[in-house]
Design a protein around this ligand. Structure first.
Ligand SMILES: NC(=O)c1ccc[n+]([C@@H]2O[C@H](COP(=O)([O-])OP(=O)(O)OC[C@H]3O[C@@H](n4cnc5c(N)ncnc54)[C@H](OP(=O)(O)O)[C@@H]3O)[C@@H](O)[C@H]2O)c1
Length: 340
């Protein structure tokens, strides 16, 4: 019997040969990099308490359908670092032969380790955090390294200088920012351009119910030539039919409750979800599919960054790509529901 686990499992994983047939790829800003219309994030469902086989199946399912982009951060878990360790194991066992077909990103900017150097936006934090991330994932480099959130107390020149340094070290191919305002984005992009490392991409929270990016950020990204990858497109699962008949035991709100709490999902919210679900059904889509398609109707969105707690959910979400067209009536009905 062959006890070489890596060889054994690599042999077992033959990705779908037709994986590039149906997925569409969009140019990231004015760069040379194409990203799939749907990307997969490892914020949840890749911690030490999650089922390893399920986590593995989600990533295999993603890659089998042309999802070439896996998004991580230093503190995804729980505990912090766990998602990168889980990913590292899955990568080593199944994905190593396909490294050049993958865009792997990680981030630093939120709290990660104790003391003054494990948080925010200093050069000290960003450079050491990426070193740790690479070690956890067993990678030589990531494709995209992000500053995870703006930090008003650190000079932007220092934070952007650290990103530029990381690229020159060969530890990241591209850099990005997350949750920066339009004004902060313009400043950051200018500094990075002067340093010779253009800002590739911005990762904002954007979904039907959280529209802050429409207030200047998307226009700025378009003008400056930076891509946009929308995170939490399903509002952490609220923009699906899952909470319409109660609170499933295995849902994020019930199972986790750190970032999505049961009492946030009140009757008023559920009434809107129900109405949106009816519109989605009239389009022959699930609400999850409509929520993803609604983001992709805007060409300024490079990719929609979904989460999934099972490969079946991911399969459901991928079907969003079958109908990205919205009539004027659909759009105004959706807006009316959200205004009510
Ligand atoms: N830059 C940042 O600051 C930041 C912050 C947050 C997230 N992110 C990134 O964005 C990624 C996605 O965030 P997210 O997980 O909040 O995204 P999301 O797509 O809004 O929510 C994903 C959750 O929705 C449910 N779901 C997914 N597909 C479904 C379907 N087809 N039908 C029914 N339910 C479905 C699942 O929840 P259940 O567990 O309830 O089944 C799943 O875990 C993260 O993994 C991370 O990479 C970035």
């Amino acid at each position: 019997m062959n006890h070489d686990f890596n060889v054994l499992n690599q042999k077992n994983y033959i990705p779908n040969e037709a994986r590039y047939t149906n997925m569409k790829y969009r140019r990231t800003g004015k760069s040379g990099l194409l990203l799939p219309e749907i990307s997969i994030g490892l914020w949840h469902n890749f911690g030490f308490n999650d089922n390893f086989e399920n986590s593995t199946n989600i990533l295999k399912c993603a890659f089998n359908h042309g999802i070439t982009h896996f998004d991580l951060a230093n503190n995804y878990g729980p505990p912090y670092g766990a998602a990168e360790i889980t990913f590292g194991k899955i990568f080593k066992r199944y994905f190593k032969p396909f490294r050049d077909e993958l865009i792997i990103s990680t981030k630093a900017g939120w709290d990660m380790w104790a003391g003054p150097y494990g948080n925010f936006g200093s050069r000290k934090y960003l450079i050491s955090s990426l070193d740790q991330s690479l070690q956890r994932m067993g990678l030589d480099y990531v494709d995209i390294f992000y500053h995870h959130r703006p930090d008003n107390d650190t000079p932007l020149e220092e934070t952007m200088g650290a990103l530029d340094h990381i690229v020159r070290q060969g530890k990241a191919l591209y850099v990005g920012i997350s949750q920066y305002s339009a004004k902060e984005t313009k400043k950051a992009a200018k500094i990075l351009k002067q340093l010779g490392t253009p800002c590739l991409i911005h990762q904002p929270r954007y979904n039907l119910m959280d529209r802050w990016v429409e207030n200047g950020l998307l226009d700025t990204l378009d003008n400056v030539g930076i891509g946009a990858i929308a995170f939490s497109p399903l509002n952490q699962g609220v923009l699906t039919n899952k909470y319409l008949n109660g609170f499933p035991k295995d849902s994020r709100a019930v199972k986790d409750g750190r970032y999505l709490k049961v009492d946030q999902i009140n009757d008023e919210l559920l009434l809107k979800v129900k109405k949106l679900n009816d519109i989605a059904n009239s389009r022959d889509q699930s609400l999850a599919q409509m929520a993803i398609a609604w983001l992709l109707k805007d060409e300024r969105i490079t990719s929609v960054l979904v989460g999934a707690s099972s490969s079946n959910q991911l399969l459901d979400s991928i079907k969003a790509l079958d109908n990205k067209e919205f009539s004027k009536e659909d759009l105004s009905e959706i807006e009316q529901v959200l205004k009510d």
